[in-house]
Write a protein that binds this ligand. Structure first.
Ligand SMILES: C[S@@+](CC[C@H](N)C(=O)[O-])C[C@H]1O[C@@H](n2cnc3c(N)ncnc32)[C@H](O)[C@@H]1O
Length: 271
Protein backbone atom coordinates (compact mmCIF):
# COMPACT_ATOMS: atom_id res chain seq x y z
CA UNK A 1 0.00 0.00 0.00
CA UNK A 2 1.58 3.28 -1.12
CA UNK A 3 0.51 6.67 0.19
CA UNK A 4 1.10 10.04 -1.43
CA UNK A 5 3.79 10.75 1.16
CA UNK A 6 5.67 7.51 0.53
CA UNK A 7 5.43 7.91 -3.25
CA UNK A 8 6.91 11.40 -3.03
CA UNK A 9 9.74 10.14 -0.87
CA UNK A 10 10.52 7.14 -3.09
CA UNK A 11 12.80 8.92 -5.58
CA UNK A 12 15.72 11.34 -5.15
CA UNK A 13 13.91 14.16 -6.94
CA UNK A 14 13.18 17.75 -5.88
CA UNK A 15 9.87 17.75 -4.02
CA UNK A 16 8.21 20.02 -6.59
CA UNK A 17 9.17 17.73 -9.48
CA UNK A 18 7.77 14.65 -7.68
CA UNK A 19 4.54 16.51 -7.02
CA UNK A 20 4.20 17.64 -10.63
CA UNK A 21 4.74 14.07 -11.87
CA UNK A 22 2.14 12.77 -9.43
CA UNK A 23 -0.32 15.49 -10.46
CA UNK A 24 0.31 14.53 -14.09
CA UNK A 25 -0.67 10.92 -13.31
CA UNK A 26 -3.65 11.93 -11.12
CA UNK A 27 -5.08 15.07 -12.78
CA UNK A 28 -7.57 15.78 -9.95
CA UNK A 29 -4.71 16.12 -7.45
CA UNK A 30 -3.64 19.66 -6.57
CA UNK A 31 -0.72 20.93 -4.51
CA UNK A 32 -3.20 21.67 -1.72
CA UNK A 33 -4.59 18.11 -1.75
CA UNK A 34 -1.09 16.64 -1.78
CA UNK A 35 -0.13 18.71 1.26
CA UNK A 36 -3.50 18.24 2.97
CA UNK A 37 -3.89 14.47 2.49
CA UNK A 38 -0.40 12.90 2.41
CA UNK A 39 -1.86 9.69 3.88
CA UNK A 40 -4.16 9.16 0.86
CA UNK A 41 -3.52 5.73 -0.65
CA UNK A 42 -2.62 5.53 -4.35
CA UNK A 43 -4.06 2.74 -6.51
CA UNK A 44 -1.33 0.33 -7.60
CA UNK A 45 -1.66 1.19 -11.32
CA UNK A 46 -1.41 4.91 -10.48
CA UNK A 47 1.71 4.31 -8.41
CA UNK A 48 3.20 2.19 -11.20
CA UNK A 49 2.67 5.03 -13.70
CA UNK A 50 4.20 7.53 -11.28
CA UNK A 51 7.21 5.24 -10.78
CA UNK A 52 7.74 4.89 -14.54
CA UNK A 53 7.86 8.69 -14.93
CA UNK A 54 9.97 9.25 -11.82
CA UNK A 55 12.53 6.68 -13.02
CA UNK A 56 12.81 8.44 -16.38
CA UNK A 57 13.29 11.77 -14.58
CA UNK A 58 15.98 10.30 -12.34
CA UNK A 59 17.68 9.06 -15.54
CA UNK A 60 17.77 12.68 -16.75
CA UNK A 61 14.80 13.11 -19.09
CA UNK A 62 13.56 16.71 -18.97
CA UNK A 63 10.52 17.31 -16.81
CA UNK A 64 8.85 19.20 -19.68
CA UNK A 65 8.95 16.13 -21.95
CA UNK A 66 7.58 13.90 -19.18
CA UNK A 67 4.73 16.33 -18.48
CA UNK A 68 4.33 17.10 -22.21
CA UNK A 69 4.08 20.80 -21.37
CA UNK A 70 6.11 23.93 -20.66
CA UNK A 71 4.83 27.39 -19.90
CA UNK A 72 5.97 30.24 -22.11
CA UNK A 73 4.88 33.86 -21.67
CA UNK A 74 2.15 32.66 -19.30
CA UNK A 75 0.64 30.07 -21.64
CA UNK A 76 0.96 26.29 -21.66
CA UNK A 77 2.76 24.94 -24.73
CA UNK A 78 2.69 21.25 -25.59
CA UNK A 79 6.23 19.94 -26.06
CA UNK A 80 7.58 16.63 -27.31
CA UNK A 81 11.16 15.44 -27.88
CA UNK A 82 10.73 16.78 -31.45
CA UNK A 83 10.97 20.37 -30.23
CA UNK A 84 13.24 22.53 -28.12
CA UNK A 85 11.80 23.18 -24.67
CA UNK A 86 10.95 26.92 -24.72
CA UNK A 87 13.32 28.91 -22.49
CA UNK A 88 12.47 31.90 -20.30
CA UNK A 89 15.30 33.90 -21.99
CA UNK A 90 13.33 33.76 -25.24
CA UNK A 91 10.61 35.86 -23.61
CA UNK A 92 13.04 38.81 -24.01
CA UNK A 93 12.81 38.37 -27.78
CA UNK A 94 9.00 38.50 -27.58
CA UNK A 95 9.12 41.58 -25.36
CA UNK A 96 11.59 43.36 -27.65
CA UNK A 97 9.38 42.63 -30.67
CA UNK A 98 6.20 43.90 -29.00
CA UNK A 99 7.97 47.02 -27.69
CA UNK A 100 9.68 47.97 -30.99
CA UNK A 101 6.97 47.17 -33.52
CA UNK A 102 3.88 48.15 -31.50
CA UNK A 103 0.38 46.96 -32.19
CA UNK A 104 -0.26 48.40 -35.64
CA UNK A 105 -0.87 45.81 -38.41
CA UNK A 106 2.39 44.12 -39.41
CA UNK A 107 3.64 41.14 -41.40
CA UNK A 108 5.79 39.07 -39.06
CA UNK A 109 8.01 36.04 -39.66
CA UNK A 110 9.42 33.58 -37.10
CA UNK A 111 12.31 31.48 -38.46
CA UNK A 112 12.82 28.09 -36.73
CA UNK A 113 9.53 28.11 -34.84
CA UNK A 114 9.95 24.78 -32.97
CA UNK A 115 6.98 24.39 -30.60
CA UNK A 116 5.59 27.68 -31.92
CA UNK A 117 6.34 29.44 -28.64
CA UNK A 118 7.41 32.74 -30.26
CA UNK A 119 5.06 32.78 -33.26
CA UNK A 120 1.96 31.76 -31.29
CA UNK A 121 2.73 34.21 -28.48
CA UNK A 122 3.22 37.10 -30.92
CA UNK A 123 -0.01 36.24 -32.76
CA UNK A 124 -1.93 36.24 -29.45
CA UNK A 125 -0.26 39.31 -27.95
CA UNK A 126 -0.57 41.40 -31.12
CA UNK A 127 -3.76 40.23 -32.86
CA UNK A 128 -3.35 42.75 -35.68
CA UNK A 129 -0.08 41.12 -36.79
CA UNK A 130 -0.09 38.49 -39.52
CA UNK A 131 2.38 35.88 -38.34
CA UNK A 132 4.13 33.29 -40.53
CA UNK A 133 6.42 30.64 -39.07
CA UNK A 134 9.00 28.40 -40.73
CA UNK A 135 10.72 25.26 -39.54
CA UNK A 136 12.70 22.65 -41.42
CA UNK A 137 11.35 19.90 -39.15
CA UNK A 138 7.95 18.45 -40.11
CA UNK A 139 7.64 16.92 -36.63
CA UNK A 140 8.21 20.29 -34.96
CA UNK A 141 5.62 21.91 -37.21
CA UNK A 142 3.05 19.30 -36.11
CA UNK A 143 3.64 20.33 -32.48
CA UNK A 144 3.54 24.05 -33.39
CA UNK A 145 0.29 23.70 -35.35
CA UNK A 146 -1.27 21.84 -32.39
CA UNK A 147 -0.26 24.65 -30.02
CA UNK A 148 -1.61 27.36 -32.33
CA UNK A 149 -4.92 25.55 -32.63
CA UNK A 150 -5.29 24.81 -28.91
CA UNK A 151 -4.34 28.36 -27.88
CA UNK A 152 -6.46 29.97 -30.59
CA UNK A 153 -3.67 31.68 -32.57
CA UNK A 154 -3.72 32.31 -36.32
CA UNK A 155 -0.28 31.48 -37.72
CA UNK A 156 0.71 30.38 -41.24
CA UNK A 157 3.19 27.51 -40.91
CA UNK A 158 5.64 26.65 -43.68
CA UNK A 159 8.16 23.83 -43.91
CA UNK A 160 11.65 24.38 -45.29
CA UNK A 161 15.03 25.92 -44.64
CA UNK A 162 14.92 29.53 -43.39
CA UNK A 163 13.66 31.81 -46.22
CA UNK A 164 13.34 29.04 -48.86
CA UNK A 165 9.64 28.14 -48.35
CA UNK A 166 8.41 31.75 -48.43
CA UNK A 167 6.45 32.86 -51.46
CA UNK A 168 8.38 35.38 -53.59
CA UNK A 169 8.05 39.04 -52.69
CA UNK A 170 7.23 38.63 -49.00
CA UNK A 171 7.84 41.87 -47.20
CA UNK A 172 7.98 41.76 -43.42
CA UNK A 173 7.97 44.51 -40.81
CA UNK A 174 9.55 42.08 -38.35
CA UNK A 175 11.62 38.90 -38.61
CA UNK A 176 12.37 37.09 -35.36
CA UNK A 177 14.43 33.97 -34.82
CA UNK A 178 15.85 31.82 -32.08
CA UNK A 179 17.97 29.58 -34.32
CA UNK A 180 20.36 26.79 -33.32
CA UNK A 181 23.41 28.69 -32.04
CA UNK A 182 25.45 26.24 -29.96
CA UNK A 183 28.82 25.31 -31.50
CA UNK A 184 29.13 21.61 -32.36
CA UNK A 185 32.16 21.36 -30.06
CA UNK A 186 30.32 22.77 -27.00
CA UNK A 187 30.30 20.22 -24.17
CA UNK A 188 26.89 21.51 -22.97
CA UNK A 189 25.30 19.50 -25.80
CA UNK A 190 26.08 16.33 -23.85
CA UNK A 191 24.92 17.57 -20.45
CA UNK A 192 21.65 17.86 -18.51
CA UNK A 193 18.28 18.28 -20.20
CA UNK A 194 19.95 19.40 -23.44
CA UNK A 195 21.06 15.80 -24.18
CA UNK A 196 17.43 14.92 -24.83
CA UNK A 197 16.54 17.84 -27.09
CA UNK A 198 16.76 17.62 -30.91
CA UNK A 199 20.32 18.34 -32.14
CA UNK A 200 18.79 20.17 -35.08
CA UNK A 201 17.27 22.68 -32.67
CA UNK A 202 20.49 23.25 -30.73
CA UNK A 203 23.54 23.31 -32.96
CA UNK A 204 24.37 24.41 -36.50
CA UNK A 205 26.99 21.65 -36.62
CA UNK A 206 29.72 24.32 -36.93
CA UNK A 207 30.92 27.34 -34.97
CA UNK A 208 27.48 28.31 -33.65
CA UNK A 209 27.11 31.31 -35.96
CA UNK A 210 26.25 29.53 -39.22
CA UNK A 211 22.44 29.86 -38.94
CA UNK A 212 22.73 33.38 -37.55
CA UNK A 213 24.90 34.34 -40.58
CA UNK A 214 22.41 32.82 -43.01
CA UNK A 215 19.49 34.63 -41.38
CA UNK A 216 21.33 37.96 -41.23
CA UNK A 217 22.31 37.64 -44.90
CA UNK A 218 18.81 36.71 -46.11
CA UNK A 219 16.79 39.13 -43.99
CA UNK A 220 17.37 42.47 -45.81
CA UNK A 221 15.73 41.19 -49.01
CA UNK A 222 12.69 40.07 -47.01
CA UNK A 223 12.26 43.13 -44.79
CA UNK A 224 10.26 46.23 -45.58
CA UNK A 225 12.20 49.51 -45.24
CA UNK A 226 12.34 50.26 -41.52
CA UNK A 227 11.63 46.58 -40.72
CA UNK A 228 13.32 44.87 -37.78
CA UNK A 229 15.41 41.73 -37.50
CA UNK A 230 15.66 40.35 -33.96
CA UNK A 231 17.59 37.22 -33.09
CA UNK A 232 18.37 35.33 -29.93
CA UNK A 233 21.94 34.08 -29.55
CA UNK A 234 24.51 32.78 -27.08
CA UNK A 235 25.86 34.97 -24.27
CA UNK A 236 29.22 35.24 -26.07
CA UNK A 237 27.85 35.96 -29.56
CA UNK A 238 26.61 39.54 -29.10
CA UNK A 239 29.65 41.24 -30.61
CA UNK A 240 29.78 38.87 -33.59
CA UNK A 241 26.06 39.34 -34.17
CA UNK A 242 26.29 43.13 -34.09
CA UNK A 243 29.13 42.93 -36.64
CA UNK A 244 27.06 40.60 -38.86
CA UNK A 245 24.08 42.97 -38.83
CA UNK A 246 26.25 46.05 -39.44
CA UNK A 247 27.92 44.28 -42.39
CA UNK A 248 24.47 43.66 -43.90
CA UNK A 249 23.66 47.38 -43.67
CA UNK A 250 21.37 47.23 -40.64
CA UNK A 251 21.07 50.38 -38.51
CA UNK A 252 20.04 50.93 -34.87
CA UNK A 253 21.93 47.71 -34.09
CA UNK A 254 21.77 46.87 -30.39
CA UNK A 255 22.20 43.88 -28.09
CA UNK A 256 19.80 43.40 -25.19
CA UNK A 257 20.73 41.48 -22.04
CA UNK A 258 18.71 38.74 -20.36
CA UNK A 259 17.81 38.80 -16.66
CA UNK A 260 21.27 37.51 -15.80
CA UNK A 261 22.77 40.54 -17.58
CA UNK A 262 24.16 38.39 -20.43
CA UNK A 263 23.99 39.33 -24.11
CA UNK A 264 20.93 37.49 -25.44
CA UNK A 265 19.05 39.30 -28.21
CA UNK A 266 20.50 41.43 -31.00
CA UNK A 267 18.33 43.57 -33.19
CA UNK A 268 18.75 45.86 -36.14
CA UNK A 269 16.63 47.80 -38.57
CA UNK A 270 16.65 47.88 -42.36
CA UNK A 271 17.24 51.52 -43.38
C1 LIG B 1 16.55 26.84 -30.87
S1 LIG B 1 15.16 26.08 -31.65
C2 LIG B 1 13.95 27.36 -31.39
C3 LIG B 1 12.55 26.85 -31.27
C4 LIG B 1 11.54 27.93 -30.85
N1 LIG B 1 11.55 29.05 -31.75
C5 LIG B 1 11.83 28.41 -29.44
O1 LIG B 1 12.35 29.53 -29.30
O2 LIG B 1 11.55 27.69 -28.47
C6 LIG B 1 15.61 26.24 -33.36
C7 LIG B 1 14.61 25.71 -34.37
O3 LIG B 1 15.17 25.92 -35.68
C8 LIG B 1 14.83 24.83 -36.50
N2 LIG B 1 15.79 24.77 -37.60
C9 LIG B 1 17.04 24.24 -37.62
N3 LIG B 1 17.59 24.38 -38.84
C10 LIG B 1 16.67 25.03 -39.60
C11 LIG B 1 16.65 25.47 -40.96
N4 LIG B 1 17.70 25.28 -41.77
N5 LIG B 1 15.55 26.10 -41.41
C12 LIG B 1 14.48 26.30 -40.60
N6 LIG B 1 14.43 25.90 -39.31
C13 LIG B 1 15.52 25.27 -38.82
C14 LIG B 1 14.86 23.63 -35.58
O4 LIG B 1 14.09 22.57 -36.10
C15 LIG B 1 14.30 24.23 -34.28
O5 LIG B 1 12.91 24.04 -34.22
Amino acid sequence: MTTIASALAAYPLPRLESRLLLMHVVPELTHARIVGYPERVLASDVYARFCALAERRVAGEPLAYLLGMREFYGRPFAVTPDVLIPRPETEHLVEAALARVGHQPAEVLDLGCGSGAIAVTLALEAPSWRVSAVDVSAAALTVARGNAERLGARVDFLQGSWFAPLPPGGCFQLIVSNPPYIAASDHHLDEGDVRFEPRLALTDGGDGLACLREIAAGAPARLAPGGWLMVEHGYDQGEAMRALLAAQGFVEVETLPDLAGLDRVTLGRRP
